[in-house]
Write a protein of this length. Structure first.
Lengths: 464, 423
């Protein structure tokens, strides 16, 4: 006899477990199926453990610059094993947190590989044993994994994906990072701070290419100043693991191919959705470029089958998956959730200095036909930033000249990942420039720069 | 100093009105209390009195101008020590004749996001700052609209859908129409005809009636319950009461007694004295009866407050006075806004039985047909009785059939044994 639920969620990442909690709160009988760790990549192998690593790198950086603050720190060194151990501890704590949340919300956890056998039926296989579950609705939240270089798949020894980079067998001396999206740049920044010699190769003409061009330019300068080598408009033609490291042939901007030796390489060229072996083919689920096609309520074309997170359209971010989880759960429970506007989803990169943004870049806004007003305020003009010893970075805002709509905000500098939410709330609530101008920002904070940037877009900047 | 006379807000909810008639002309001297103009709102025509003294130097808004926003300068009075040339900026025609909201004439009812639907009360405009800005830029009036944002907030996408200006590069995902909370108002298609006709401009009252009745029929699931009620006892009692009231100049109508009966019935069956309000229901402890009164421009519903506790003679004098002023278009807003249930009587026009449209946010309306002699079974024998049919329309979201039936039963008993009405 198959066990029957109102809802089964396949995958327990930040999309899946949040969907399960929300559905349970709304009174549905919910099961969640996970093949590996509750919490998925995000909190076991992604967002959270990397933040723990980056925190160690940040403190190490401050210790090395203790003199700047009138302090002395002698005999500073980094123990990569201890740093990784702390990171794993953080992941474990959160994994247990999710286990507790499932229990608290009376969500049945089925560990094993889930596979759809019909739109409302799936099997869960673990250690050769298979059980069958049925449900009125199923949410697919199987996520994604790192994309390999076709000619040099990751081996975990010399050629790493983010997953290997998070639990390195040893500290790399000379590291090649292929790809300069959020994941590539975060690891490049981490290992650079930890003392590795880092080279970043980006195919496009600038790093963090989804960000505003001003942010890319600024970040590239800042990272180079920290000793990083950055090659844009460049491609890795050949990559081979050797006994002592990896040898790469890199084609530069000038078209010349140069051979270089590294001890390790991180491949961060994108993701592949986990859509195989979960029974999609037989059900005729509609796809778009490898990802599942969904409507604004996260429905697929198959009735009763829903999809959220990294297996659907971009952006592929944990918080986008979570929000979709809530939308899907509420829609399934008969509610009327509001659809999400992708332009209101913020993005954060935790390199040093940090990058955060929401909405359209200046170039995108112009391309879309907007007549824009742009404000840009530097950290140098902010008292708190100077006191922190972090007078590096800026906050840029892009407004529609016609309506005063905040089209986008782009930041680089200390703690900007914590600041972006202010603009995100304003943008979601459809505030206009006057509302931001009338808002009182506390002094002394970095957030004052958010105010100044808006004022600047309208020629009213005070502190520059 | 010249004094600017501004379009007054004659009710808390008024945002604009029609300057129906000037009662003064340029050069007239006015003093405090003089009537200056008649102003038509969506429900009534009201007189506008002078507060200041002086000579009217300018009338800035022509008679019959629609959609004059509250606060617009409509005339200028010159005080005693004035230089006549110092005249403030005249209201531009664009300001004075702000286009009335387009929803009723937006083109074909697009199946996609015809987002903004008419709303019952036109209080504060709940819209995002951006939506307001875009509306102002495109000359769209958001009064009385409700949007698709949280709690009916009007958001950018709604205004853009309304203006048909899908210019925004931000392509918002089309929302499944089935998920929409508010039924979009169906736009009446423009009529193109060769038949000889004249175009009659809609009065504000007609526009309000159209909007509210459409809203009611589209959003309120009506159920109808009809009972036949013997009137003989009530007619007899009325004759006796009128004989004794004659000295006081009071003459009760059948309708006055039915108003009281409905008021009492609502108090006895409180489940029918309610308003459906989304996540909540309001259960009223007082029965205020809106009485449908036909007026030359349409229909208005003056209210008999606390009908259950008023004497019949009081109800009679009150409704007589209210109806008279309603016909002149002189009711004050508080005299026709509100009410917990309505009564509509078409008996005098020979209508045997009909179903009325609920007047939201009320949840019931009683439709009274003509009292007529009908063959009637009394004690298993055919007899003649005076009988009327009464039909209650109930908001089925708020009121179950059995509760509606209970109200009809109590109402019938009160009418058939009418001593309860005077007790």
């Amino acid at each position: 006899m198959a066990e029957n639920y109102d809802l089964i969620v396949l995958g327990s990442g930040p999309g899946g477990y949040v969907a399960a909690i929300r559905a349970a709160q709304l009174g549905l009988k919910v099961a969640i199926v996970e093949r590996e760790n509750l919490g998925g990549i995000c909190l076991n192998w992604g967002c959270i453990p990397t933040k723990a690593l980056l925190r160690s790198a940040e403190i190490y950086h401050y210790m090395q610059h203790a003199g700047d603050y009138g302090l002395t720190a002698a005999n500073i060194s980094a123990d990569i094993d201890a740093v990784v151990k702390r990171s794993r501890g953080v992941a474990k704590q959160l994994n247990q947190g999710v286990t507790h949340l499932m229990k608290k919300n009376k969500i049945t956890v089925h560990m094993g590989d889930g596979k759809l056998t019909a739109a409302n039926k799936l099997t869960v296989t673990k250690d050769g044993k298979t059980e069958e579950l049925t449900a009125k609705n199923i949410i697919l939240a199987t996520g994604a994994r790192a994309r390999d270089l076709p000619f040099a798949p990751a081996d975990g020894k010399r050629i790493w994906t983010y997953r290997h980079a998070m639990v390195p067998p040893e500290m790399p001396k000379k590291l090649l990072v292929i790809g300069s999206g959020a994941i590539g740049i975060e690891f490049a920044s981490f290992y650079n701070d930890m003392g590795a010699e880092v080279t970043v190769v980006e195919m496009l003409d600038r790093i963090v290419p989804v960000e505003d061009a001003d942010v890319s330019t600024f970040l590239e300068k800042a990272l180079k100043k920290q000793g990083m080598t950055i090659m844009t408009g460049a491609g890795v033609e050949e990559l081979k693991a050797t006994a002592s490291g990896v040898s790469a042939k890199i084609k530069g901007k000038d078209g010349k191919v140069v051979g270089s030796e590294f001890t390790h390489c991180i491949v961060a060229i994108g993701i592949v959705p986990n859509t195989e072996n979960i029974g999609l083919e037989a059900l005729g689920v509609e796809m778009d470029r490898g990802f599942l096609k969904t409507d604004p309520m996260c429905r697929t074309n198959v009735p009763g089958l829903w999809a959220i997170g990294d297996i659907t359209a971009p952006p592929w971010l944990a918080h986008k998956a979570s929000h979709e989880g809530v939308i899907a759960a509420e829609a399934i429970a008969g509610g009327h959730p509001h659809a999400m506007d992708p332009l209101n989803i913020p993005g954060c990169t935790y390199c040093h200095p940090q990058v955060a943004s929401v909405g359209m870049t200046e170039a995108k806004a112009k391309e879309a036909g907007f007549d824009v007003k742009v404000g840009n305020f530097p950290f140098l003009g902010n008292g708190k930033a100077i006191a922190l010893g972090e007078a590096e970075g800026f906050i840029k805002t892009v407004f529609d000249a016609k309506t005063g709509e905040l089209l986008g905000a782009h930041m680089v500098g200390a703690e900007v990942t914590e600041l972006i939410q202010g603009y995100t709330i304003g943008k979601t609530a459809e505030l206009v420039e006057a509302d931001f101008m009338h808002t009182v920002f506390p002094h002394p904070t970095l957030s004052e720069m958010m105010h100044e940037s808006v004022l600047g877009a309208y020629g009213k900047m005070l502190h520059m | 100093m010249p004094i600017e006379l501004k379009m007054p807000a004659l009710s808390p909810t008024m945002e604009e009105g029609t300057l129906a008639r000037w009662l003064v002309k340029e050069g007239d001297t006015v003093s405090s209390g003089d009537l200056i103009a008649e102003i038509e709102t969506d429900k009534a025509t009201m007189e506008f009195e002078a507060v200041d003294e002086g000579v009217i130097t300018q009338l800035l808004v022509a008679e019959g101008t629609d959609g004059v926003k509250v606060g617009t300068v409509i005339a200028v009075i010159k005080g005693d020590d004035d230089d006549a040339s110092a005249v403030p900026k005249a209201a531009t025609p664009a300001e004075a004749q702000a286009p009335t909201p387009p929803p009723a004439v937006t083109p074909a009812p697009a199946p996609a996001p015809a987002a903004i639907a008419a709303k019952s009360s036109s209080d504060r405009i709940i819209a995002s700052p951006l939506a307001k800005r875009i509306a102002a830029n495109s000359g769209i009036n958001l009064t009385g609209m409700t949007g698709t944002g949280p709690n009916g907030r009007i958001v950018k996408a709604d205004v853009e859908a309304l203006s048909g200006e899908g210019r925004s590069p931000v392509a918002l995902p089309a929302v499944d129409p089935g998920l929409r909370r508010e039924a979009p108002i169906t736009a009446a298609a423009p009529v193109d005809t060769d038949i000889p006709h004249e175009v009659v401009k809609l009065s504000n009252m007609r526009k309000t009636i159209a909007r509210r009745l459409t809203e009611s029929k589209q959003t309120v699931p009506h159920i109808y319950l009809t009972v036949d009620v013997r009137l003989d006892a009530l007619l007899k009692l009325r004759g006796e009461l009128n004989a004794s009231l004659e000295a006081r100049g009071v003459k009760l109508s059948v309708n006055d007694m039915l108003i009281k009966a409905l008021g009492l019935a609502l108090i006895q069956v409180p489940k029918c004295n309610v308003s459906f309000a989304g996540d909540n229901m309001l259960q009223y402890s007082r029965a205020d009866i809106s009485v449908a009164v036909s007026v030359p421009t349409g229909l208005i519903t003056p209210i008999v407050t606390d009908a259950a506790n008023k004497s019949l003679s009081k109800i009679s004098t009150e409704i007589g006075e209210l109806a008279a002023r309603a016909k002149e278009g002189k009711l004050q807003p508080h005299e026709y806004q509100g009410g917990t249930a309505s009564i509509s009587n078409m008996g005098m026009m020979g209508i045997k039985q009909f179903e009325a449209v609920i007047n939201p946010p009320q949840a019931m309306i009683m439709a009274i047909g003509a009292g007529e002699k009908r063959p009637y079974i009394v004690d298993d024998a055919l007899a003649i009785a005076t009988v009327m049919s009464a039909t209650g329309s109930f908001d089925h979201r708020a009121i179950d059939g059995a509760d509606g039936a209970m109200l009809m039963k109590v109402f019938k008993e009160l009418v058939e044994k009418p001593l309860g009405l005077v007790a």
